[in-house]
Every structure is written in C-alpha cells, then in structure tokens.
Design a protein around this ligand. Structure first.
Ligand SMILES: Cc1cc2nc3c(=O)[nH]c(=O)nc-3n(C[C@H](O)[C@H](O)[C@H](O)COP(=O)(O)OP(=O)(O)OC[C@H]3O[C@@H](n4cnc5c(N)ncnc54)[C@H](O)[C@@H]3O)c2cc1C
Length: 402
C-alpha cells in the first residue's frame, strides 16, 4: 500500500472479510479494472486471531475461490455426531471439506484484490457516513487517529455481524442490520487433547449447548478448537464462557487452554432489503449465515460476489428506476442462491432447538447400530426427526419442501 487514500472512488468497500474481499475482487474483475475500488478495514484481515472455527465445504468454497494447500490446515473425511450421553455416531465421506487457515486465506485474497487494481487500506476504520446533495456517500475514515473523508456513489458494507455503519442514517434504516438472530459463540484453542485430525465432532445437549451445538475441530498437529454456539434466548441463563469452561473441565480435564475467543453470529435470514440508494450490504452485515450450521464463510463469498456484480451494473446506468430494480435484484439473487434455503432452515431451527436430550440419545443409539457405510446424512437427520413425533409434525413442511 504505497499510495494514500484518494478523495473519491466508484466504490468503497468497508470491511475486508470474505464478503468484502470477494465483492472488491468481483468489482475489479467484471469491470476489467475500470471500476475504481477502495477496500478499507480497521485491521489487517490476516491478523490473528480470526474469530472462527474455520470449517468449510471444499466443493462450496471452490465455486468462489480455488483451493490452495497453503491455507488448508486439515482435510476432513468425517464427522462425529455426539449425543448428550456421549454416544458418538461416526459419519465418513471422502470429502467432508477442510479446516482453513483463515488468516492466510484472507492474505491471499487481499493480495489478489490489490493485484486486480483495488486500493487496500487495512488500518482504516469507517466511522460514519452521510449522503450528499450529489448522491455520493461520504465516509469518515479514521487512519492513525486522524479522520479523513472519502466519497463514492456506491458503498459496500461488509463490516460483519451487528454492523454499525448504518446506525443513525435515516435512509438506511430500512436495510437489514446484520443482527438478525444474533447468537453468541465462543471457542478455546487447546493443547493436550486427543482428537482424530481428519474428523470434526459436533456435540448436542441442552446442558452446555441449549439451542445450539458444541464442536471439537482439529487445527494442527498440536492444537484443537473446542467451542460452542448457543441459542440467543439462552444468553442470560447460560453464559457461553461459563458453559465452555464447565464443558472443558468435565470432558477435557487435561486440556491446556492457550487462548479463548468469542464472537457473534447473525444467523437468521431476514426479509429486509440489502441495498438502497447505492448502499449495498454483504455477508454477515446482511445476516447471510446458514441458520442451522452457522457457517458463514462460503455464504459471505457468495454474497460478496452477487453484490460486486450488482454494484457494477448499478454504476453503469443513469436511470433511477433501473438503479432501484438492480437494488431489488441484489436481494432476489441472494434469496435464490441461498436466502430461500436459509428461510426454511430458520423455521426448522426453531423445531430443532426444542429436541430433548433423551430424543438425541435415542436417535444416536439407533444410528450407532446401523453399519457405518449405510449412515448417510439424510438417514442421520431423519432418525433424529423420527425419535420425536412432535418434531416430525412441526417440520412436516420442511421435510416436504426438501
Ligand atoms: C466463533 C465463531 C466460529 C465460526 N465458525 C465458522 C466455521 O467454522 N465455518 C464457517 O463457515 N463460518 C463460521 N463462522 C461464521 C464466519 O466467521 C462469518 O460468517 C464470516 O466471517 C462472515 O464474513 P464477513 O466477511 O461477512 O464478515 P467478517 O469476517 O466478520 O469481516 C468483517 C470485517 O470488517 C471489519 N470491520 C468491522 N467494522 C469495521 C469498520 N467500522 N471499519 C472498517 N472495517 C471494519 C472487520 O475488522 C472484519 O475484518 C464462525 C463465527 C464465529 C463467531
């Protein structure tokens, strides 16, 4: 980053996570370098720790970015589903995805974005914004304690969950705020835990993970990532940090905790618009996370790609009507890509959250008796469903639609 932030761009992307980086990359690609893009973040996107368990589906990620062994921590070949009484159901498949090194992944993305011609500044915090009489957005940016202003007809807000950039801007109040069903998540990087390095483990049970689930993910030869995400309504009664500490003390008493990190996950698909007057929202800032798995990396890449393409189209028309229809198209494209599935999953999640521990255990015992090679993900899902008739009834439309 040799140059200084200019006064004006065609697009200013706020936030350089996977959503912002892919939006910037897409804008540079579709415009063949014609679009003047600045991407700003308050910190280097490769700065550790990235608050994430870093699991992704290989197939899904590769739709947006080619894999590179340099940022893959671990290839996965299976999942243990563990019920509250400790019964483990082993599901194996040749390609269960991988655990990323997100810091290195972000670094590669940022380097490619810069190579494509975007201006990158990674110690620039976007503080506030307003729209001037010419229809340009003016963003106040804090760099080394000094506030300067940058303007652009298009802004991409990719500042992550609970994005605050739109607060207090009347024109943007109707947009999705990135706080839909905001759930607390926490994890510890620990040593001295034995874990199959090619399997992730997902744990269920209302004692430690009410309304959510726990996880044990491999990381490298020495460390694993142990964490949990709980339903939003249990935040007051089940402090995530206390739950994690109690879980570790009970099941991994010899674990050596190296560090603990937390974050929030906006995991309810919203019905609110995500673009207005040249202001586009992307990734977690638009609540694009899968409501059940709580995965958001590939979702952010997908959303960034859609927003990048739509923003470039928006810049290339002078018609206000067409601009409005492109803004509506942005939401429609997201809904078609993943949002409609997320809406259905949001409904299913309510039913899933009500599964009692005894039903999880019953399903796990049943599944454990099925030969491993016959355990498909659908069979696992359906067995859990069938152990609880009331759940089957609540989820009838979901099962039918799928
Ligand atoms: C504990 C935890 C575990 C998770 N595990 C997984 C997982 O295993 N797999 C998965 O797929 N998903 C996981 N997720 C979800 C995933 O991390 C997010 O969905 C994903 O990071 C969203 O990408 P994003 O680009 O929208 O936002 P982010 O990755 O949050 O990026 C936002 C960026 O904006 C910057 N920023 C914020 N405010 C400003 C500002 N005012 N000015 C400038 N820059 C700003 C931030 O510094 C950040 O770099 C997890 C989330 C949590 C909290």
């Amino acid at each position: 980053m040799a140059q200084k932030l200019a006064k004006e761009y065609d697009v200013v992307v706020c936030g350089a996570g996977p959503a912002g980086l892919n939006a910037a990359y897409t804008l540079c690609s579709v415009s063949d370098g014609q679009c003047r893009v600045a991407i700003l973040d308050k910190k280097e996107p490769w700065r550790e720790p990235v608050s994430c368990a870093e699991a992704v589906s290989k197939k899904a990620l590769e739709q947006f970015w080619p894999s590179n062994e340099a940022w893959i921590r671990q290839h996965l070949d299976g999942v243990y589903f563990t019920s509250p009484d400790g019964t483990k159901v082993d599901f194996t498949e040749d390609d269960c995805g991988y655990i990323l090194n997100r810091a290195l992944f972000h670094r590669e993305m940022a380097e490619k974005v810069e190579k494509k011609g975007a201006f990158c500044h990674f110690s620039a915090e976007c503080k506030s914004l307003f729209r001037d009489s010419e229809g340009f957005w003016n963003v106040d940016v804090c760099i080394d304690g000094v506030i300067s202003s940058v303007r652009a007809p298009v802004i991409v807000d990719a500042t992550g969950p609970g994005a605050k950039l739109t607060h207090g801007v009347p024109l943007l109040e109707t947009l999705e705020a990135g706080d839909n069903d905001l759930e607390p998540a926490i994890f510890a990087i620990v040593e001295n835990v034995e874990h199959n390095p090619k399997h992730i483990e997902l744990l269920f049970g209302n004692k430690y993970f009410p309304g959510g689930y726990g996880w044990v993910f491999p990381r490298d030869s020495k460390t694993v990532n142990i964490g949990l995400v709980n339903g939003r309504k249990y935040l007051k009664t089940h402090s995530p940090r206390v739950m994690l500490q109690q879980f570790l003390a009970k099941y991994y008493p010899s674990a050596v905790v190296k560090s603990i990190h937390g974050g929030a996950i906006a995991c309810g698909q919203s019905l609110k618009p995500i673009a207005v007057a040249g202001f586009f929202k992307s990734g977690d800032a638009a609540s694009c996370v899968n409501p059940i798995s709580r995965s958001g990396i590939v979702e952010a890449l997908d959303s960034g790609h859609i927003v990048g393409e739509c923003a470039w189209k928006w810049l290339n028309t002078n018609s206000t009507t067409e601009k409005k229809s492109i803004e509506a198209e942005t939401y429609a494209r997201w809904m078609k890509a993943q949002g409609n599935t997320h809406l259905r999953l949001s409904k299913a999640k309510v039913a899933f959250s009500s599964i009692q521990d005894c039903h999880f255990d019953k399903a796990a015992h049943k599944l454990a008796r099925i030969p491993q090679k016959n355990r498909t993900l659908f069979r696992i899902f359906f067995t859990v469903l069938c152990t609880s008739p009331s759940l089957l009834w609540k989820m009838r439309s979901f099962v039918y639609v799928r």
